[in-house]
Design a protein around this ligand. Structure first.
Ligand code: UDX
Length: 439
């Protein structure tokens, strides 16, 4: 099939590349000229494992092309996928300005009938709204059919999640259009659920808000485990064995971040407010998440007292491993809290430092390695669970520090690794501390 994707962010690019990989002819359109030029040469604007390989392979096979021209890009499209961003607006709801612009661009340049698929995460009712924008502007005699097809991929495993998705949701009021979009995905052999447009829009928000709430729930259980002397990892394992609960997304930590959960929970809450249903549970999900981002600093104050003039090494800046994305990363809050207290913070991240500099700026210092960050530190915070930190030589790391104190926000270490250290004070999340005193 001939497919055109609007927007080359995480979702648009991953979708375009994967659809080309399963044999379709894909053109991706973006207004950013530099980005398109790089993509034409196989250079990805984002760090995503496996993406560049598939990019190069499919450009080479002439199944994948990039352009800034809507006229050129839409020329042969049977299916047009809108995958532009819907960032958080000032009022907590989704900002639809990019998607509105995408609709205006399609209307202006489309010269044949086509199916328009909205893949961007959009509040319930947006497909109808975009359809109206399109129909008001499309050339005479040209018709489009709308399909809602939300995306569930995770950053850091975008290729895998797209190719091996748990499910594909196709919402449409046109049976034929829904069938055609279903056929587009057929080579993936993924179960497809056909719904109405509004149900499909809702499934995306309901899923993300549920997962965010699951994380806030386990974080509160972790806090309670610390208070009563239980081990949250055993508790989560025990809970997760019940198939009705499931083991995934029960890792406690210092709060969820990223480009989806924080904004989607707020957007769903806004929709609930608009329609007059009081979804107060979501308010708690948000409050717990904000509180959780303070946890490491709170623990450090409890242990070290005033943090003014103290040096803290911060390992990890991105909102999760395998990505350089800093959106809503807990590290931002932690850096601000510490710098407001006059703490000297030295941070290290394997990939995200450049992006972090743009977001956090020079209120903290940046190191080129974990060991450099730890040099002379009074304590160390683990903020992102990169493999590099999980596998690090802990003894060497601790030797660099002034005090061998670790506050681990991601429970990176098992007891065996900790026991191999000569001297250590280790404070994980939702588990008893591990203290090893020098003999
Ligand atoms: C999420 C959804 O998983 C995906 O389906 C949707 O399309 C986009 O949003 P993403 O933001 O890429 O994907 O990352 P994810 O792996 O879901 O993690 C989100 C946040 O939750 C991270 O900050 C992560 O550290 C945190 N998290 C996740 C936990 O704290 N505990 C967990 O058990 C899982």
């Amino acid at each position: 099939m001939k497919i055109t994707v609007l927007g080359t962010g995480y979702v648009g690019l991953s979708t375009g590349v994967c659809l080309a990989e399963i044999g379709h002819h894909v053109v991706c359109i973006d207004i950013d000229q530099r980005k398109i030029k790089n993509l034409q040469e196989g250079i990805s604007p984002i760090y995503e494992p496996g993406l560049e390989e598939l990019l190069t392979k499919n450009i080479g096979a002439e199944r994948l092309d990039f352009t800034t021209s809507h006229l050129e890009g839409l020329k042969a499209a049977e299916i047009i996928i809108i995958a532009v961003g819907t960032p958080q607006g000032d009022d907590g709801g989704a900002d639809l300005s990019y998607i509105e612009q995408a609709a205006r661009d399609i209307a202006e340049h489309l010269n044949h009938n086509a199916i328009v698929v909205i893949k961007s995460t959009v509040p319930v009712g947006t497909n109808d709204y975009i359809k109206k924008i399109l129909e008001e502007r499309l050339k005479k005699d040209i018709t489009i059919k709308m399909v809602s097809n939300p995306e569930f991929l995770r950053q850091g495993s975008a290729m895998h999640d797209t190719i091996h998705a748990d499910r594909i949701i196709i919402g449409s009021d046109h049976e034929e259009a829904a069938k055609k979009v279903g056929e587009m995905y057929l080579p993936l052999h993924v179960p497809i659920l056909f719904t109405t447009i509004r149900s499909a829009e809702m499934i995306k928000y309901a899923s993300n808000a549920f997962l965010a709430t699951k994380i806030s729930y386990i974080n509160e259980i972790a806090n309670l485990c610390e208070a009563v002397g239980a081990d949250v990892q055993d508790v989560a394992k025990g809970m997760g064995k019940d198939k009705r609960i499931g083991e995934a997304f029960l890792n406690p930590g210092i709060g969820y971040g990223g480009s989806c959960f924080p904004k989607d929970v707020k957007a769903l809450l806004k929709t609930a407010n608009i329609y007059g249903t009081n979804f107060s549970m979501l308010k708690e999900t948000i409050i717990i998440n904000e509180k959780q981002q303070h946890l490491l600093v709170k623990k450090a104050i409890n242990r070290l007292g005033d943090l003014k003039g103290k040096k803290i090494a911060m390992l990890g800046l991105s909102f999760k491993p395998e990505t350089d994305d800093m959106r809503e990363a807990p590290s931002i809050k932690i850096a601000h809290l510490l710098s407001q207290m006059g703490t000297d913070v030295v941070a290290y991240d394997p990939i995200a430092t450049n992006n972090a500099k743009k977001v956090i700026g020079n209120i903290i210092r940046y190191a080129n390695s974990a060991f450099e960050a730890a040099d002379g530190a009074d304590a160390l915070f683990i903020v992102t669970e990169w493999d590099e930190f999980k596998q690090i030589d802990l003894t060497r790391l601790l030797q660099k520090m002034k005090e061998p104190i670790i506050f681990d926000g991601r429970n990176c270490y098992g007891i065996e690794k900790l026991k191999s250290c000569e001297t250590l004070e280790y404070y994980p999340i939702g588990k008893p501390a591990v203290i090893i005193e020098k003999q």
